[in-house]
Design a protein around this ligand. Structure first.
Ligand SMILES: [Zn+2]
Length: 302
């Protein structure tokens, strides 16, 4: 891919007005919460880094407010504990809150008891900060991978109503082959099922790729992102946007890492806000919980 892929075109066809409501979500972490990057792996250093999370999350809240959409904000527990007023602002603005774990460790690198401890700690601090129930989980780097299905039992035991962690094709740091639409995940060892909102894919030649969040959204041109949403919505499938505060921060500190990873982490940072505004202007969006309730009518209500 070349840098040209980040250029935007203005001749985006208008999407047909449909009834499909897409899911809008943000993983609220800081620029130094990167998995498997040695330069930021020492958690004791995190306190010493300058933070961008409040400023950029407030910008996200402003964009959501201007477009009149609600979203799900998956807070890192570490963030919620240090910036409780930020969690409160998100809740007060009418958004749903979820957990993105406490320490931002990959689920597939943990055992069941370590994941349970991390998850419960995150739920406690996020709920304390926001005064609102946490009802869903997103794994750091979509790291519920084959073999880590036990994580669903931990999520169910914690009382969470649905999960939004599965990325339906393999990727660098995760991925789980699964149905590409909201469904009841039935692979938990206990036999219980968990409502699942998987990330969105589109066909690109022979491949299925993400397009609606993170580095994919920053890399791909706006017209291609629109193509992805239109093709999903035409089939009645909700798309899932997932972005981070650092995706909106062209000035965020650059962490030393391999050249390919650096490209993925920092390409197109100044394009995120205009791309998000473009899709919010053309398609219907709501929080993940609202999309799940519409997609799976038998979803248990809290
Ligand atoms: Zn994350």
């Amino acid at each position: 891919m070349t840098g040209d892929m980040t250029e935007t075109r203005t001749d985006v066809p208008t999407a047909p007005a449909g009834e499909v409501v897409n899911a809008l979500s943000f993983d609220i972490e800081d620029w130094f919460h990167l998995v498997e990057i040695d330069a930021v792996a020492d958690t004791r250093q995190w306190e010493t880094f300058p933070s961008i999370v409040e400023q950029r999350t407030d910008e996200i809240l402003e964009i959501c407010g201007r477009h009149g959409v609600s979203a799900t904000f998956y807070f890192l527990g570490w963030i919620a504990e240090r910036y409780p007023s930020l969690v409160r602002r998100v809740v007060d603005a009418g958004h749903e809150i979820g957990t993105h774990s406490y320490w931002h460790r990959k689920v597939c690198d943990l055992d069941e008891s370590a994941f349970r401890e991390d998850l419960l700690r995150s739920i406690r601090v996020i709920e304390d900060a926001g005064g609102s129930a946490v009802t869903s989980f997103r794994a750091p780097s979509f790291s519920i991978t084959p073999g880590a299905e036990w994580a669903f039992d931990v999520l169910l035991d914690a009382g969470l109503r649905y999960d939004a962690s599965l990325f339906p094709v393999a990727r660098e740091n995760g991925g789980y082959p699964c149905v590409e639409t909201p469904h009841h995940f039935d692979g938990a060892p206990s036999g219980r099922t968990m409502p699942e909102l998987p990330m969105s894919l589109m066909r690109l030649g022979p491949k299925r790729v993400g397009f609606s969040g993170g580095g994919y959204l920053r890399l791909f041109p706006t017209w291609l992102i629109h193509h992805g949403f239109r093709s999903l919505n035409r089939r009645g499938i909700p798309g899932v946007v997932y972005l981070h505060p650092r995706d909106f921060a062209p000035d965020c500190p650059v962490v030393p890492m391999s050249r390919p990873r650096r490209f993925k982490c920092y390409v197109g940072l100044s394009s995120t806000a205009p791309k998000l505004e473009s899709i919010l202007s053309r398609y219907r969006f709501a929080s993940c919980g609202e999309v799940m309730a519409a997609s799976l009518p038998d979803l248990e209500t809290a």
